[in-house]
Design a protein around this ligand. Structure first.
Ligand code: 5RP
Length: 218
C-alpha cells in the first residue's frame, strides 16, 4: 500500500536527526516499526533506545537494539514518534496504538520531538480521528458521562488492556478547536491516566512522507 511507502520515507529521513552515541526515545505503531528497521542498519552508532511499549521493545530486541529504562537515563534524548493527526499548529492526536501514556512521558522529557507521519495524518482541524483516553477501569462510567457533557461520544475500545493495566476510551465528535483547553479539562477528570492530545508537548519537527519524498515542517 502506498501509505506504507510514505511512512517508510519519513522513517528513513528521521535517521538524520539522531546523534551518534546517544540514547533515543521512540514511540509505537507501524511507522515506528519502519523506523526501527531503518535504525537497525546503523544500530552500532547509537547506545540504545527508551521504548514506549512492550510491542516496541519486542521489535527492538528482535533487531538486537539495546533498550534502556527511562529512570536510569540522565542525558538528554531525542524522541521519534508518529501520530494519528497533526494540525497546522503542530498539535497532535495520538494513542491509536494504545501506547499514549508512555509516549507522552518520553515526549515530555525529550529535548527534541521528531514526528514522522504519512501525508494523510496532516489535517486542518483535529477531531476526525477519535481521541484516545487511557483510563483506570473503575472510572469508566463516570468518565463516559463527563465526556458526554463535553460534547463527545465515548466508545470503549474492546479487547484492549494497556501496558499499564488500564482501558482505552475513544472519543468521537469532540470539538478540538482549542486543544490545550480540552487537554486540561479531560486531564482534570479523576480516573484519566492520559489523554491522547499532545498540545503542551508538541513536536519540534515533523517529517511528512508523501509522493515526492519527505516534507519538513519546523
Ligand atoms: C500509538 C500511536 C501511534 O503513533 C499512532 O497510532 C500512529 O500509528 P501508525 O504509525 O501505525 O499509523 O500513537 O499509540
Amino acid at each position: 500500500m502506498i501509505l506504507n511507502t510514505y511512512k517508510k520515507y519519513a522513517a528513513i529521513a528521521a535517521l538524520n536527526y539522531i546523534s551518534f552515541d546517544s540514547i533515543i526515545g521512540i514511540g509505537s505503531g507501524s511507522t515506528i516499526s519502519y523506523f526501527i528497521q531503518a535504525l537497525s542498519t546503523i544500530k552500532d552508532r547509537v547506545i540504545g533506545v527508551i521504548s514506549s511499549s512492550y510491542n516496541t521493545t519486542f521489535i527492538l530486541k528482535k533487531y538486537g537494539i539495546k533498550v534502556f529504562d527511562l529512570n536510569t537515563i540522565s542525558t538528554s534524548i531525542t524522541y521519534i514518534d508518529s501520530a494519528d493527526e497533526i494540525n497546522n499548529n503542530m498539535e497532535v492526536v495520538k494513542g491509536g496504538g494504545a501506547a499514549l501514556t508512555k509516549e507522552k512521558i518520553i515526549a515530555s522529557v525529550s529535548k527534541k520531538f521528531v514526528c514522522i507521519i504519512d501525508k494523510t495524518k496532516q489535517v486542518n482541524k483535529l477531531g476526525f480521528f477519535p481521541l484516545p483516553l487511557e483510563i483506570i477501569p473503575i472510572s469508566y462510567s463516570y468518565i463516559a458521562q463527563e465526556i458526554f457533557k463535553l460534547g463527545g461520544i465515548p466508545k470503549y475500545r474492546r479487547g484492549i488492556i494497556t501496558d499499564n493495566g488500564n482501558i482505552i476510551i475513544d472519543v468521537y465528535d469532540l470539538n478540538l478547536e482549542f486543544p490545550i483547553l480540552m487537554e486540561n479539562k479531560i486531564n482534570s477528570l479523576p480516573g484519566v491516566v492520559s489523554v491522547g492530545l499532545f498540545s503542551y508537548r508538541k513536536p519540534d519537527l515533523i517529517l511528512i512522507g508523501a509522493k515526492n519524498g519527505v516534507e519538513i515542517i519546523k
